[in-house]
Design a protein around this ligand. Sequence first.
Ligand SMILES: Cc1cc2nc3c(=O)[nH]c(=O)nc-3n(C[C@H](O)[C@H](O)[C@H](O)COP(=O)(O)OP(=O)(O)OC[C@H]3O[C@@H](n4cnc5c(N)ncnc54)[C@H](O)[C@@H]3O)c2cc1C
Length: 385
Amino acid sequence: MEYFLTEQQKTLKSLARRIAEERILPVRAELDEREEFPWAIIKDLADADMFRVFIPEEYEGLGGGCLDLCLVVEELSRVCSGVAVSYAAAALGSFSLVEYGTEEQKRKYLPDIASGKRLAAFALTEPTAGSDASAIKTTADPVKGGYVLNGTKQFITNGGEAEIYTVIALTHKEKGIRGASAFIVEKDTPGFSFGRKEKKMGIRASSTRELIFRNCLIPGENMMGKEGMGFIMTMKLLDRSRPGVGAQAVGLAQGALEATVDYARKRVQFGHAIISLPVVQDMLADMATQVEAARLLVYAAARTIDSGAKNFTEEAAMAKVFAADTAMKVTTDAVQIFGGAGYMRDYPIEKMMRDAKITQIYEGSNQVLRSAIAFELRKRKGRRE
Ligand SMILES: Cc1cc2nc3c(=O)[nH]c(=O)nc-3n(C[C@H](O)[C@H](O)[C@H](O)COP(=O)(O)OP(=O)(O)OC[C@H]3O[C@@H](n4cnc5c(N)ncnc54)[C@H](O)[C@@H]3O)c2cc1C
């Protein structure tokens, strides 16, 4: 398949692949087993300038677009989705600064994120506010000189490991979600601590943790964007990041497909390699076709974003939903073709199937995103060109 990548994008993709194969592959099973945050690999990614990809050039980044980010995430996820999401969450954690930060905020934080010196994270979800993000309860009460944060964020990727957090909180709780604003909170701020570290089904190299704010005073200059615009900003940022989750799913599915073809060539039953069985060939052909279709949709959504389009809710949601469903289907079929061996931890396939599930759940569950796609269809008048 020709993806019409630029020479620069091809170089970026092959560099990410090299890091994934040389540095992640040898340790992925151990990271998964020990549920260990991949700090050594984060350092390798930083040394290879991978964190610069999603930061503008003015702030010591490479000024890459959504497609560039997707290419890196895809290649990392082809080998280990847990590592890939730790990287991708840093990008999501920086998007609010890039899009809505003041010049001072950008100068203060983005160069450190670009160099990989400090990781970023994004905190919206709370125990009572998942799909319904409008139900958040964390408050940021205005006081002299700043805001006082109180509340708990749940399931935050890079929680505890990141140093720079985008936190969505209610500045005027009586206004509900129209009173939400976005803040930068640094790790060592008094009143900010970390709670439960989740034990997960998959992406176990990544950290998923509670953030607890108890009378946490943050300076007024840490607000991003306009007061009361936090929810709208969040919806726009998630539109921008969803192709990245799609890329994570595509990488996973690609890794599973390659491992399965390899296994089916070697595994002999009834005197022949199982790849010669028509039923296995049919499954492999469908898996390969689905992976290509998902990749093309993710790349197309990313290119739409990079074109400067204003509204890409539908494209981003379609790419995420389709790629996530593909990853789940392809990894499940991969386990089936591996047979009993696929169920064992000796092979990477059971991990890939466990890792795939989350792509259907986070950054908008696939059900919620299907509703969003249907909403866009309903409000549109006439055919879309
Ligand atoms: C490993 C992991 C990492 C995460 N990382 C982050 C992070 O970095 N930052 C962050 O802010 N959040 C993060 N999240 C939170 C994640 O985005 C939410 O889990 C997700 O949005 C779903 O919310 P929920 O888990 O509360 O499920 P619920 O909202 O309780 O949903 C339960 C079920 O109901 C369905 N449902 C709910 N509402 C609707 C509806 N309107 N229409 C159709 N179906 C519906 C859902 O699809 C789902 O099947 C993470 C979660 C996990 C598990």
